[in-house]
Design a protein. Structure first.
Length: 492
C-alpha cells in the first residue's frame, strides 16, 4: 500500500484518543446500529442465505486458487472489447500509469466514482502533484474531500460526521471547489443532497476523464461492475470521453453467472437493500455510447503476497460490504481513523497488515484491535473467518517467521515490544509440559491469592490496563477433583 496516514500513532494510542470524543461515539453508535438492524431484517427475508453465503465463499476460493488463469482471461476479454489493460505491481506504478494516461488527454480535471483502490494508492495526491485535480462524486467522499478529512468507513466514508457538521462544511468549502452552497442551506437531508447535486452536476458535464474502481470483474466477458446508490457512478462511467478503472486483482470472478450470487449478497450485507439502486456494467468501448477510450489498471500492491499465506488469503474474498464494521464493538467505539488505513474495522485489521507488512507500529498493532468476539465472521457474506486470521497475524507479530514480501520468501523478525509476551508464552509452554511444576504453581497461587495485585506490574500493565485479572480460586481444579472424586474418572 502507499503507507499509513502521515503522523498516525499505533491503534491503542489512536483509539484511546477517539473514545474520548463523545460526538464521534454518538455518530458511530447511531449509524452502525441503524445499518446493522436493517441488514439483519433484509438477510432474514431469504431462506437460502446460508447457501448463498457458502456459494460466494466457494466462488471466491476457486478464483483465488486459479487467479493467474482468470486474470489472463480478463486481459484477453477486455482487449478484445476495445479496452487497454495495464498491470501495476504496486501503488507507485499504478499512480504513474493513471497520471500518464490523464496527461496524454491534455486534461487537468477528472471525476471519480468511489474507489477504495485509488484511496489505497493515494492517487488523488499523485494527481495533484502533477497539476491534475480529482473531484470525488460520491456524496460521502465529497464530504470527506471538502472537509480535508479521511474516510472512516468502507461504505459510508463520512459516517463520523453528523448533518450539522456536513452543512457547515458545505457552506464554508464548496465555493473553493466549484458551485457554492446556498447561503440559506440547512441540515435537512433533502437540502444537503440538493446542494451536492447542483455542485457535482457541472463537474459531470465538463469532465473529459473519469476514474473508477469496480466491485467485480467478469473474466468470461471482460465486464466490470460498479454498484452504488446515488447515480454518480452512472454519470462518471458514461459521460467522460476517457474512462480509467483501477481494480485490485482479487475482484475478478469467473463467469457472468457467478455475478448473480454476489448481486444478492452485497446489497443486503452493505445497504440492507434487496438490490442496489444503480448497478452499472461496461465491457470495453462502443462507437455508439459511453467513453471512446477505456483503460483497466490491474493492481497487485501486496495481494499476491497475501495470496501466498494459506490462512491469511481468505481476506481477499472480501467484497467490501462493511457488515463487519457495523457489528464490531471496537470499531463502534474507536471509529475508522484509529486504524490508520483506508480499510478500517475488522477487515482492515487483517487486510492492511498483509498488504503493507507489519514493520510499521500501526500495522503491528492492528491484529490486536479486536475482542475476538466473532460477530464479524457471523455477518460476513463470504464467510471470512476474521478471528482466525487475527490470531494468525498476532502470532506473526510476536514470533515473526516465514512470509512472502514483494514476491520473495523472507523470514520476518518479531515486532518490537513483544519480548515479555514471548517470554511469558515460553514459560507457559514449559509449565504445561511439566505437570509437577504446574501443580506446585497452582497450589502456590491459590494459597497466596489474597496478596495478588489488581493489575500486573511492569510490561504486564499493557495487558491488565484494559482487562480484569481473573480471580484465582481457593483450590486448584486438580486438588478439587482429587478430593471430590478420589482421582477416579466419573462421579461417585
Amino acid at each position: 500500500m502507499s503507507g499509513t496516514y502521515l503522523g498516525m500513532p499505533s491503534f491503542p494510542e489512536a483509539a484511546r484518543e477517539a473514545v474520548r470524543d463523545a460526538t464521534l461515539r454518538g455518530n458511530l453508535r447511531h449509524a452502525t446500529h441503524t445499518i446493522r438492524d436493517k441488514r439483519a431484517r433484509a438477510v432474514a427475508e431469504l431462506d437460502d442465505w446460508a447457501a448463498l453465503r457458502e456459494a460466494g465463499k466457494r466462488i471466491k476460493d476457486h478464483t483465488l486458487r486459479h487467479l493467474d488463469r482468470y486474470l489472463v482471461q480478463v486481459e484477453e476479454a477486455v482487449t478484445a472489447a476495445g479496452g487497454t489493460v495495464h498491470w501495476a505491481a504496486d501503488a507507485a506504478e499504478a499512480n504513474a500509469i493513471v497520471t500518464r494516461l490523464v496527461e496524454e488527454t491534455g486534461e487537468k480535471e477528472v471525476v471519480k466514482v468511489k474507489s477504495m483502490a485509488t484511496q489505497e494508492t493515494g492517487l488523488n495526491e499523485a494527481l495533484e502533484a502533477a497539476g491534475i485535480r480529482a473531484y470525488e462524486t460520491d456524496l460521502a467522499e465529497l464530504i470527506v474531500q471538502l472537509g480535508r478529512d479521511r474516510p472512516s468507513h468502507i461504505l459510508v466514508p463520512a459516517i463520523h460526521r453528523n448533518r450539522a457538521e456536513i452543512r457547515d462544511i458545505f457552506r464554508s468549502e464548496m465555493g473553493a471547489w466549484g458551485r457554492p452552497a446556498p447561503e440559506t442551506l440547512t441540515d435537512t437531508p433533502a437540502e444537503l443532497a440538493e446542494a451536492a447535486r447542483l455542485h457535482l452536476r457541472e463537474k459531470f458535464l465538463r469532465a473529459k476523464v473519469g476514474i473508477s474502481g469496480a466491485n467485480f470483474m467478469v473474466a468470461e466477458t471482460g465486464t466490470l461492475v460498479v454498484v452504488e446508490s446515488e447515480g454518480n457512478g452512472r454519470m462518471c462511467l458514461t459521460l467522460p470521453e476517457t474512462l480509467i478503472s483501477v481494480v485490485g486483482i482479487e475482484k475478478v470472478i469467473p463467469t457472468f453467472r457467478d455475478l448473480e450470487v454476489f448481486l444478492q449478497l452485497l446489497p443486503r450485507s452493505s445497504t440492507a437493500e434487496r438490490m442496489n439502486p444503480y448497478t452499472s456494467m461496461w465491457t470495453g468501448t462502443s462507437d455508439d455510447d459511453g467513453p471512446r477510450a477505456f483503460h483497466l489498471v490491474l493492481l497487485d500492491n501486496g495481494r499476491t503476497d497475501t495470496l501466498a499465506d494459506e490462512v491469511g488469503r481468505q481476506a481477499l474474498r472480501c467484497i467490501r460490504c462493511s457488515a463487519c464494521l457495523n457489528v464490531c464493538p471496537v470499531y463502534e467505539r474507536a471509529g475508522g481513523h484509529a486504524y490508520g488505513s483506508v480499510y478500517p474495522g475488522p477487515i482492515g485489521a487483517i487486510l492492511s497488515p498483509q498488504l503493507r507488512g507489519i514493520a510499521d507500529d500501526i500495522d503491528a498493532s492492528l491484529p490486536y484491535a479486536s475482542s475476538l468476539c466473532g460477530a464479524c465472521y457471523e455477518v460476513c457474506p463470504v464467510a471470512i473467518d476474521i478471528p482466525e486470521v487475527l490470531v494468525h497475524l498476532r502470532e506473526r507479530v510476536v514470533q515473526g517467521g516465514p512470509a512472502v514480501r514483494s514476491g520473495n520468501r523472507v523470514v520476518l523478525r518479531p515486532a518490537k515490544g513483544h519480548a515479555a509476551e514471548r517470554a511469558a508464552m515460553r514459560a507457559a509452554r514449559w509449565a504445561f509440559t511439566h505437570p509437577g511444576a504446574l501443580r506446585t504453581g497452582q497450589r502456590l497461587a491459590s494459597r497466596t491469592r489474597r496478596l495478588h495485585p489488581r493489575t500486573l506490574p511492569g510490561p504486564g500493565r499493557a495487558w491488565s490496563g484494559s482487562r480484569d485479572l481473573p480471580a484465582v480460586p481457593a483450590e486448584p481444579f486438580r486438588d478439587w477433583w482429587q478430593r471430590t472424586h478420589g482421582g477416579q474418572d466419573g462421579a461417585k
